[in-house]
Write a protein that binds this ligand. Structure first.
Ligand code: ATP
Ligand code: MG
Length: 244
């Protein structure tokens, strides 16, 4: 199924939050991989509020990688979040992350073979130990940003590289605008950056807090513009596979 890499160029636009929100509203089996090398496993302490202390994480795959066994080890490290959703948590510390550089190419190959859709939080492009091989092997690379001059400026050199096919080889890239489309609407950002406009995620701090920090769902969450934008994007990303 699809391997989708979510990234940003700067400024914490909301990549991890959006990946979690999409995953919980995917409507089909999905696997979330936290491949952000920052450390601290934001997904374990954020949306899951550190309620799974003994959980395995991506670093547990390193030993298996040396013996070419990542595929068989992966299932034992995955954390089920619901019947249709599981999570591969990221590294717990930045020291752990440095070893991951050698894991990414083989992990990318294993993720491409999964039977469910795989949503990968790749964190910021270009960080030390960043999962370049996963970005290169993804079917779709989503570059997320907010509508600000600073984030657009940081995204422009990466957008050129993505559009030129230097980082990804044979795959699509899409621009995801998180938050208000002001001062720059999505179409203008996409034109300026030379990347196809993918979607907008509505600005809503309380709803986003549910997926970034395990906050309580606000009243009218179920009918919020935020959730509508998330489910619409999930349907858009999933749909090519539904029609197969
Ligand atoms: N659509 C949204 N509306 C309002 N706030 C949002 C939205 N999406 C995310 N946020 C908030 O933005 C903050 C940063 O989100 P998040 O940690 O997902 O960013 P990130 O891009 O993953 O950052 P980093 O690059 O540091 O990993 C969080 O407080 C989150 O609740
Ligand atoms: Mg993040």
């Amino acid at each position: 199924m699809a391997l989708i890499a979510f990234t940003s160029a700067s400024g914490s636009p909301g990549v991890s939050t959006t990946v979690m929100a999409l995953a919980y509203n995917w409507g089909a089996p999905a696997l979330v991989v936290e491949a952000d090398p920052t450390g601290g496993s934001g997904m374990l302490v954020g949306p899951l509020r550190a309620q799974r202390p003994g959980a395995g994480c991506i670093v547990d795959l390193l030993a298996a990688q040396e013996s070419g066994q990542i595929g068989s080890k992966l299932d034992s490290v995955l954390m089920p979040l619901s019947e249709q959703l599981s999570l591969l948590p990221g590294p717990r510390s930045h020291e752990q992350a440095s070893g991951l550089a050698r894991l990414w190419p083989s992990l990318a190959g294993v993720l491409r073979e999964r039977s469910e859709d795989v949503l990968v939080d790749c964190g910021r492009l270009g960080m030390g130990s960043w999962p370049r091989a996963i970005v290169e092997s993804a079917d779709l690379v989503v570059l997320a940003l907010r509508s600000s001059l600073r984030q657009a400026a940081a995204a422009s050199s990466w957008a050129r590289e993505l559009a030129a096919g230097e980082v990804p080889q044979e795959h699509e890239c899409g621009l995801l605008l998180i938050g208000k489309p002001r001062p720059y609407p999505l179409a203008e950002l996409a034109k300026h950056l030379g990347i196809k406009a993918l979607a907008e995620i509505a600005w809503d701090s309380s709803s986003a807090h549910v997926y970034s920090d395990g906050g309580a769902a606000p009243r009218s969450f179920a009918v919020s513009a935020y959730l509508r934008s998330i489910t619409a994007l999930a349907a858009k990303l999933r749909s090519p596979h539904d029609s197969q």
